[in-house]
Ligand binder design. Structure first.
Ligand code: ATP
Length: 368
């Protein structure tokens, strides 16, 4: 089994406007058997990173290792990795069986019987055993994606590389395939690097997430680490739905965070204050699900009066848009879907101190 090391890797492209740094000094150690998701907004360098591991792009600087061995000099077919694309990339003139066999014929010297039995085994695993003699044009999008995955599995690679493989499927199929892919990955124990821009996919499927922005690595951690202890404002904003609330605040003395209009004051305990060092220009962050929306009087120093602007019922939850009474601050909260709340209603909103995040406004780094 095989771990993958992406070691200080940079990739630059030249275009008519000059140099583009697509991947900027990224280091990630992916453990043997791990399911790592590379996530980030469009253009952040996810696909380029994956394509360098596959050997479809050269590395400008740094190195990529499989089990500690540099592989930059190896041709894609000699890397023993299997890549699955969003577009499926099946050969239209071949049957499913031929599509699945093709990669084996290229990369192994198995006998015909061995190839057939491997194809059948992988097809069973992907639930496409009865489609082996059909052409891709006679399959639904979901079935074609199963074939593309089956074609990767049949090669018994050391590493799976997947580039948004579920993006062309509808929402229901996508969530079904997520579960199935996870099951198969666990069953086979093959190290997997999976690219997506969808944070829900990243949160639900991965052992660890690597968050990229503008070619740079923002954080590598388990989904819960990235959610509860984001390394910076970018990760805090990207992970979580609806996104974290952010308020620009200044630090006054040792004991309060205050908005520039002085309307919102958040008293700090010494434990939080101690984490902030000398920084004065800060951003206070609190997740919508951590806000406590109540009907009663303002109860403590971390609870404020607010008015409800809009309530969006989402089924299990209501997403509630609030306006604070004392400051020009809007907040988004999620509350239980059974709660009856109306726009225009006055409520209290609590920002519990154990749920707040504080970021340096200039660097974006998490201080608390
Ligand atoms: P998406 O989710 O939209 O696919 P991504 O995160 O996968 O985005 P990449 O495709 O890796 O991003 O692209 C990273 C940056 O490199 C982008 O600015 C892109 O325009 C640029 N880039 C990628 N491939 C090339 C290329 N062959 N030539 C020039 N620039 C490129």
């Amino acid at each position: 089994m095989t771990g993958v090391t992406i070691d200080s890797v940079t990739k630059t492209f030249q275009d008519s406007n000059g140099e583009i740094v697509a991947v900027d000094d990224v280091t990630i150690d992916i453990e043997d058997g791990e399911f790592l998701v590379l996530v980030g907004p469009s253009g952040c360098g996810k696909s380029t990173t994956l394509r360098m591991v596959a050997g479809l792009e050269t590395v400008t600087d740094g190195s990529i290792k499989l089990d500690g061995q540099s592989i930059e000099h190896r041709q894609p077919k000699d890397r023993n990795v299997a890549m699955v694309f969003q577009s499926y990339a099946l050969y239209p003139h071949m049957t499913v069986r031929e599509n699945m066999r093709f990669g084996l014929e290229e990369s192994t010297d198995l006998s015909d019987e061995e190839m057939d039995s491997r194809v059948e085994e992988s097809a069973e695993m992907m639930g496409i055993g009865d489609l082996l003699d059909r052409k891709p044009s006679d399959l639904s999008g979901g079935q074609q994606q199963r074939v593309a995955l089956g074609r990767a599995i049949v090669r018994d690679p050391e590493v799976f590389l997947m580039d948004e493989p579920l993006s062309n499927l509808d929402a229901k199929l996508r969530s079904q395939m997520r579960t199935e892919l996870q099951r198969i990955q666990q069953e086979l124990g093959v190290t997997t690097i999976y690219v997506t821009h969808d944070q829900t996919e990243a949160m639900t499927m991965s052992d660890r997430i690597a968050v990229l922005n503008e070619g740079r690595l923002m954080q590598v951690g388990t989904p819960l680490e990235c959610y509860h202890r984001p390394a910076n404002r970018f990760v805090a904003d990207f992970i979580g739905e609806p996104s974290m609330n952010f308020l620009d605040v200044e630090r006054r003395g040792d004991d309060a965070l205050v908005t520039s209009d002085d309307g919102f004051t958040y008293p700090l305990s010494s434990a939080v204050a101690g984490d902030l060092g000398d920084a004065t220009d800060l951003v206070l962050g609190v997740r919508p699900e951590d806000l406590v929306v109540g009907g009663g009087q303002t109860a403590d120093k971390h609870t404020l009066s607010a008015t409800i602007d809009v309530v969006e019922p989402m089924g299990d939850d209501n997403v509630v848009y609030l306006q604070l009474a004392a400051a020009d601050v809007s907040l988004v909260a999620t509350v239980d879907g059974m709660r009856r709340l109306e726009s225009g209603e006055s409520v209290t909103v609590g920002l519990p101190e154990d749920a707040i995040h504080v970021f340096d406004r200039t660097s974006g780094d998490a201080l608390h």
